[in-house]
Design a protein around this ligand. Structure first.
Ligand code: GLN
Length: 479
């Protein structure tokens, strides 16, 4: 049986349903693709071959027997290595958790299992999701499948590279400040950061708890919608989970939105943007206009403070969250444990990488007495202003359209020793996390070097279904 992972998840699903394809053949194809391509791409930290095949055979058997199967039945999914799968390692690409085996399933994983998604492996990332290139992984290097000298973006670079290299049709990533959209843009795939609270954070290793969200990655908008429908919705184990039912987005995805109003935020345009990205944006705007959409210029005036506010809030929360990795309860412990204090210091010094230490120091500093008001509190006020900017914009328009990133994928090593340059890679993505609104990135052509260009669409809280429909429309227009 021949199967091609380079087709849409809709087609794969149809082939599975009709019996033209078995899940076992699909999973074998996925494993073979990992075998041949992942040596150079480096998307996976671990692959669960036997379990995946056994699960696929079981699904095939149930389907053949006419038993009910789930919404993802037989489709392989890759999972970022900061999301717990019971009995498997969750390393966060960190030495401190290199041997840690998760004792329970994240809610998103529980739902994937219920939907009969085949969990094929865990993907590489920046250590503890801190970074924009996946180069801060302590456990391996991921390269951009479109050009191996370029980074895949980060921190969910393993997940987006795995989908871009046709190793899997779907992956889960997580976003605190852009870690789904930015690598999706760099790798030429679709990635959605849902509304804060829409997808349970239970079982996601916390980075910045008020910003973190799990989200889907796929080759097209329909794939993202399919995966999103499975993982979205209330969860009693996460106190920040929104008690708002999520209605399925896939059935209504192809219905065009009549009278769509699209806002272009002027702060996301201008000289800082690579000209080819600006051209791609203009092209989509023209296509939308020709299709009857109304285009409105809008302003999000506090965008210029977003990176500063984000790196204060995210690091403050990270410093607190990462205090639990102390060498005592779980994770890495130094071999030379003298007295208790030395043991803490050595375990953390040896276990955390350079960037994670920088974040902990920054976060601790901005929360310390005497600095709290000037930094953390000020950042929270900026956050409120950013939320208000979006509210005003969404009084006028249904969705916002902007570049996902100022440039296409940069060279490996280019920003490694320049934290400020690395942080600025998130300039267009952090505002959606600060405001808690949903946002996605979709591919919109390539630059002269052949690297994918990503465009971003943002919507009001809990407007995922409409956002996905608008993105689907954009995808059709760009074809
Ligand atoms: N690159 C940003 C950071 O380093 C965002 C990361 C993320 O979304 N997890 O914090």
């Amino acid at each position: 049986m021949v199967c091609d992972l380079n087709v849409s998840s809709n087609t794969l699903m149809e082939q599975l349903r009709s019996g033209a394809l078995t899940s076992e053949a699909l999973v074998k194809e996925s494993l073979a693709a990992i075998q041949t391509r992942d040596g150079e791409v480096g998307a996976f930290l671990s692959v669960q071959e036997e379990e995946a095949l056994a699960q696929a055979r079981d699904i095939d058997r149930r389907r053949a027997a006419g038993e009910a199967v789930g919404a993802l039945a037989g489709l392989p999914v890759a999972v970022k290595d900061n999301i717990n799968i019971e009995g498997r390692k969750t390393t966060c690409a960190s030495k401190i958790l290199e041997q840690f085996v998760a004792p329970y399933d994240a809610t998103a994983i529980e739902r994937l299992k219920q939907a009969d998604g085949v969990l094929i492996g865990k993907t590489n990332m920046d250590e503890f999701a801190m970074g924009s290139s996946s180069e801060f992984s302590a456990l391996g290097q991921t390269r951009n499948p479109h050009n191996l000298t370029r980074v895949p973006g980060g921190s969910s670079g393993g997940s987006t590279a795995a989908v871009a290299a046709n190793m899997v049709p779907f992956a889960l990533g997580s976003s605190t400040g852009g870690s789904i959209r930015q690598p999706a843009a760099f790798c030429g795939v679709v990635g959605l950061k849902p509304t804060y609270g829409r997808v349970s954070r239970y079982g996601l290793v916390a980075y910045g708890s008020s910003l973190d969200q799990i989200g889907p990655v796929a080759a097209d908008v329909a794939g993202v919608a399919r995966l999103y429908d499975v993982i979205a919705g209330p969860c009693h184990r996460d106190a920040t989970s929104a008690q708002v039912e999520a209605t399925p987005s896939l059935p209504e995805l192809t219905q065009a939105i009549s009278g769509l109003r699209i806002g272009l935020p002027k702060e996301f345009l201008g000289d800082a943007v690579q000209p080819e990205i600006q051209v791609a944006l203009n092209r989509l705007v023209d296509l939308f206009r020709a299709a009857g959409a109304t285009i409105v210029d809008v302003s999000l005036p506090h965008t210029e403070y977003a990176i500063s506010a984000y790196y204060l809030i995210a690091t403050a929360e990270a410093g607190s969250n990462l205090a639990r990795f102390d060498g005592v309860r779980y994770g890495y412990r130094t071999a030379e444990d003298g007295n208790l204090r030395d043991m803490y210091v050595r375990s953390r010094s040896e276990g955390f990488g350079m960037e994670v230490k920088r974040r902990i120091l920054l976060g601790t500093y901005c929360l310390s007495s005497g600095y709290y008001e000037g930094y953390y509190l000020q950042a929270q006020k900026v956050r409120t202003k950013i939320i208000e900017d979006f509210q005003k914009a969404f009084d006028q328009v249904d969705v916002l359209l902007a570049p996902t990133t100022p440039t296409t994928a940069f060279e490996a090593g280019a920003k490694l020793n320049d934290p400020m340059a690395m942080y600025l890679a998130d300039i267009f993505t952090v505002t959606a996390n600060l405001a808690g609104i949903p946002a996605l990135s979709l591919p919109a052509g390539r630059d002269q070097a052949g690297l994918p260009i990503g465009l971003q669409m943002l919507g009001p809280h809990f407007s995922e279904n409409r956002l996905l429909r608008a993105a689907y429309q954009a995808e059709q227009l760009l074809k």
